[in-house]
Ligand binder design. Structure first.
Ligand code: PLP
Length: 429
């Protein structure tokens, strides 16, 4: 299969090229050149097996085609339990059982497994440069940690990620270099963009990205929706309705794509925090990107969702867009309220992002909707202990993978929020 840019002004490329390039040369995002016919899905499948079937058509004819089964089994064999709650109509799809306790582990591991197979033995070391508001950096660092031929440079905004996130980001060492930037997440992102635009730098220091616009992150995320909806189908009379905490729209878009490929998925609702660009777009039809507002659900503090360009390219008409997804916004007070009662009402302590999804379901209940829903639990609450613990009134134990990272020493070097400072560091590593 070939992949084309959302902006239509770049040559069609192979999957491997799309993975290596990240962004298309015309500034657009890669999408499949055509959509495989929906398959017949009947039996439940483990995530790696669902991924092999689902992703087969996209890998057809590519250099990675024969490696796809091994890539899926290596990268996607993480647990993703669909757990019941005390509310019989509410389930949680827990996507936080990977090494860094957030759903981004699935995609980061898949991308790393692909890129590792695309490298020749004599290729120079490739630097994966990543700006993070907290979760992406850890997942990417874990996925590339100690992989020969790769180096990871993580930039995070100093003082603006949770203490446990900060510790985790600096705890890898070896080929992972972590910098705490004296600035905002937007500053970190601007520094990364400047580095990618600096051809002189790139000829000396080969760079690649792993951010959420990469096709190598989007595609594998379909697989847990496939596995969960097939399991759901065995137990329930109607397709699974998912409510998904949303920032850059990567996770939710994967669910839309899985439904397009024939998986038994019903409604898809996007839960945003106070950054309400998506709900506003669906309501008014106007897209108004904004500077991001800091909230308790910091991994969703996005004022210009990067994957929106893909969703709009697929569904340019507003009526069609509204038929695909709905969206609502949840402010910090409501997030605190839900975190405060989730344990009693549902039997689960939840992270602030997951709380946004639960709030949307509660609003529907209040409006008389009794259908069952699946809330997507995107991170383990212990990762956001400083936000969660005051709401629940007790300590939240870290899962084993997170604890073992937190026990390691952590180191992050200070860096000015300045493109030249980053370029100097990249040349020196
Ligand atoms: C990244 C992240 C999100 C947002 O996901 P998108 O794919 O950017 O929409 C939600 N919750 C958590 C915990 C995250 O790390």
């Amino acid at each position: 299969m070939k992949f084309i840019s959302t902006r239509g002004d770049a040559p069609a490329v192979s999957l491997s090229e799309a993975l290596t390039l990240g962004l298309a040369p015309d500034g657009g995002l890669y999408l499949p050149g055509h959509w495989p016919a929906p398959q017949d899905w009947d039996e439940p499948l483990p995530i790696p097996e669902a991924a092999i079937r689902l992703l087969g058509p996209f890998f057809e004819g590519d250099a990675l085609q024969d490696a796809l089964p091994a890539i899926c089994r290596e990268a996607l064999d993480l647990p993703a339990p669909l757990v019941a709650s005390k509310d019989p109509g509410l389930y949680l799809l827990e996507l936080f059982h990977g090494p860094t306790a957030a759903f981004k582990d699935f995609a980061a591991r898949f991308l790393a497994a692909c890129l590792a197979r695309l490298r020749g033995p004599s290729d120079p070391v490739l630097t994966i440069l990543v700006a993070t508001s907290g979760d992406t950096g850890g997942a990417v660092a874990a996925a590339f940690h100690r992989r020969p031929g790769f180096r990871v440079v993580v930039l995070y905004p100093d003082g603006k990620v949770s203490a446990r996130q900060a510790h985790q980001l600096g705890a890898f060492g070896d080929n992972v270099h972590t910098f705490r930037v004296a600035g905002s997440f937007d500053d970190c992102q601007a520094m990364v963009k400047a580095a990618f635009a600096d051809q002189g730098l790139r000829s000396q220091v080969p760079l690649s990205s792993a951010n959420s616009i990469s096709l190598g992150r989007l595609l594998p995320q379909m697989s847990y929706y496939a596995a969960a909806s097939l399991r759901w189908q065995v137990l329930h009379a109607e397709p699974a309705h998912f409510v998904i905490p949303t920032g850059n729209l990567g996770n939710a878009l994967a669910c839309v794509l899985a439904r397009r490929l024939g998986l038994p998925i019903g409604e898809i609702a996007l839960a945003a925090n106070a950054n309400r660009v998506l709900p506003d777009l669906l309501r008014t039809g106007e897209y108004r990107p904004q500077p991001s507002i800091p909230t308790l659900a910091n991994a969703m503090d996005v004022g210009a969702p990067s994957n929106l360009e893909r969703l709009r390219a697929l569904h340019p008409e507003l009526a069609d867009l509204r038929a695909q997804v709905s969206a609502d916004s949840v402010d910090d007070d409501a997030l605190r309220e839900v975190m405060g009662h989730a344990e009693e009402r549902y039997g689960h302590v939840v992270c602030p992002h997951t709380a946004a999804a639960l709030k949307l379901i509660e609003r529907r209940r209040d409006a008389g909707d009794r259908r069952p829903y699946v809330a997507v639990a995107t991170a383990h609450p212990a990762k956001f202990d400083s936000v969660v613990e005051p709401c629940v009134g007790h300590a939240v134990a870290a899962p084993p993978a997170l604890s073992s990272i937190l026990e390691r020493p952590s180191r992050a070097d200070p860096l000015a929020a300045d493109a030249d400072a980053l370029a100097a560091v990249l040349r020196r590593l």
